[in-house]
Design a protein around this ligand. Structure first.
Ligand code: ADP
Ligand code: MG
Length: 355
C-alpha cells in the first residue's frame, strides 16, 4: 500500500528527550564518574573517595569534603540545565570550573538510581535526597520525597546505583565488569596525578585493598610513582613551555630516553579537564621517535593551560574533546621544549659514560 500523507510531527515528551540526552553524555560508568570527580574538585574538595561495585554498573559512590550543596538547592539539583557555574553564554569564554551546563546529575538521574547526601559548613546536619528523572523522589514507594535531615560530615556523597537499569540494550552491551573497573581506575588515576593538594582513593566495594590511594600533600612525581610505578617515576624529567603569542602555558613530566614501553601513556589535561587528543599524542610520539628504539614509547603527563577565550570547550556534551586556536603552533612549541630536555639528558649521559 502506498503512503499518501506524511505522518504528523509531534514534540517528544521531555522525559524521553532527557533519557536520550543522558545516553549520549553517559556512555559507560567511567563517564558518570568523571563528571562526579569534576564536581567534587569544583566544590573545593581536598579528599575524594570512590567505591565501585561491578565495574560501576551496580554501584558508583563518591564521597568528598567540599563545600556541599544548600538544602534549598536540592529540589532543582537534578533538573537539566541547572548549575551554579554559568550564568550567560559569554561566561563560557572564561569558565574556570570543570562543569558548566548542569547536565551531569540530571543525566544520571534519568538512567540510574541516584542518592545525594550533603552538608554545608553552615548547616547543623546533613540532608539526604533521592532522585528519579530529574526530580526529588521517595526512597521507597509511599514515603515522602522531601530531603531528610541526617547526621553527616561537611561535603557531599553521591551514590549511583543500577546504571542503565532502564536502558536494557546499553546495560547488556557491557560484557566485563573488570574492563569497566580498569577504565575507572585509569580515570581516577589521571585526576589523582593532576590534582595538587587532593587525596584520592578508589576501591571495590567490600574489599580491603585499594586500587588507588594518594595523599593530598604528595608531590606530582610521588603520585605518578604511586599510580604508575617506580620504573616510570625514576626516569621522569620535568618540562615547561610557554608562549604569550599563543596564550598558553604548559608543564608536565615526561620519561627520558632510558624508558620505553610498547604503548604511549599520555595523561593530558587542558585547562584542568582530562581530555584526549590524537594530534598531541602523535606529535609526542614523533618527538620521541629519534630518542627511543623502534616501537618504543614514552609516558607523558601534560597539563596545558590556554587562555579561556581561545578554547572552545563546547564542541561535545561529554567535553572529552576541546578545540583551541593555534593548535599546531602550541603543540610544536611544547614538543620542541620536550625535545631540548631529552637531548640534554641524552648528551649528559653520553658524557658520563665517556669519562
Ligand atoms: P554542572 O557541574 O555543569 O554545574 P552538574 O549536574 O554536574 O552540573 O551539577 C549541578 C550543580 O550541583 C553544580 O553546579 C553544583 O552547584 C552542584 N554540585 C554537584 N556536585 C557537587 C558536589 N560534589 N559538591 C558541591 N556541589 C555539587
Ligand atoms: Mg558537573
Amino acid at each position: 500500500d502506498v503512503v499518501t500523507a506524511p505522518r504528523r510531527i509531534k514534540a517528544l515528551d521531555p522525559d524521553v528527550v532527557n533519557k536520550i540526552a543522558a545516553g549520549e553524555i553517559i556512555v559507560a560508568p567511567v563517564h558518570a564518574l568523571k563528571e562526579l570527580i569534576e564536581n567534587a574538585v569544583d566544590a573545593g574538595s581536598t579528599s575524594l573517595e570512590v567505591i565501585i561495585k561491578d565495574g560501576g554498573l551496580k554501584l558508583l559512590q563518591i564521597t568528598d569534603n567540599g563545600h556541599g550543596i544548600s538544602k534549598e538547592d536540592l529540589p532543582i539539583l537534578c533538573e537539566r540545565f541547572t548549575t551554579s557555574k554559568l550564568k550567560s553564554f559569554e561566561d563560557l569564554t572564561s569558565i574556570g570550573t570543570y562543569g558548566f551546563r548542569g547536565e551531569a546529575l540530571a543525566s544520571i538521574s534519568h538512567i540510574a538510581h541516584l542518592q545525594v547526601t550533603t552538608r554545608t559548613k553552615d548547616s547543623n546536619c546533613a540532608f539526604r535526597a533521592h532522585y528519579d528523572s530529574g526530580r526529588l523522589a521517595p526512597a521507597k514507594p509511599g514515603q515522602s520525597a522531601e530531603p531528610k535531615p541526617i547526621a553527616g560530615r561537611q561535603g557531599t556523597q553521591i551514590t549511583v546505583e543500577d546504571l542503565f537499569y532502564n536502558v536494557p540494550i546499553r546495560r547488556r552491551a557491557f560484557r566485563s565488569a573488570s574492563d569497566e573497573y580498569n577504565k575507572i581506575l585509569e580515570m581516577v588515576g589521571r585526576y589523582a596525578v593532576h590534582c595538587d593538594g587532593v587525596a584520592f582513593s578508589c576501591k571495590k566495594h567490600g574489599e580491603a585493598g585499594t586500587g588507588i590511594s594518594t595523599q593530598s600533600n604528595s608531590l606530582t612525581v610521588d603520585r605518578i610513582r604511586q599510580i604508575h610505578g617506580g620504573s616510570v617515576a625514576q626516569e621522569l624529567i620535568e618540562f615547561t613551555s610557554t608562549d604569550s603569542r599563543w596564550g598558553f602555558k604548559a608543564r608536565g613530566w615526561t620519561t627520558n630516553a632510558n624508558y620505553h614501553v610498547k604503548k604511549t601513556t599520555l595523561l593530558l589535561f587542558i585547562n584542568h579537564r582530562a581530555v584526549d587528543s590524537n594530534t598531541i599524542r602523535k606529535a609526542i610520539e614523533q618527538t620521541y621517535s629519534v630518542f627511543l628504539p623502534k616501537g618504543g614509547h614514552p609516558f607523558t603527563y601534560l597539563s596545558l593551560e590556554i587562555d579561556p577565550e581561545r578554547v572552545d570547550v563546547n564542541v561535545h556534551p561529554t567535553k572529552r574533546e576541546v578545540n583551541f586556536l593555534n593548535e599546531d603552533a602550541i603543540i610544536e612549541a611544547i614538543c620542541n621544549d620536550i625535545r631540548i630536555k631529552l637531548a640534554h639528558v641524552d648528551t649528559s649521559r653520553t658524557f658520563m659514560t665517556q669519562t
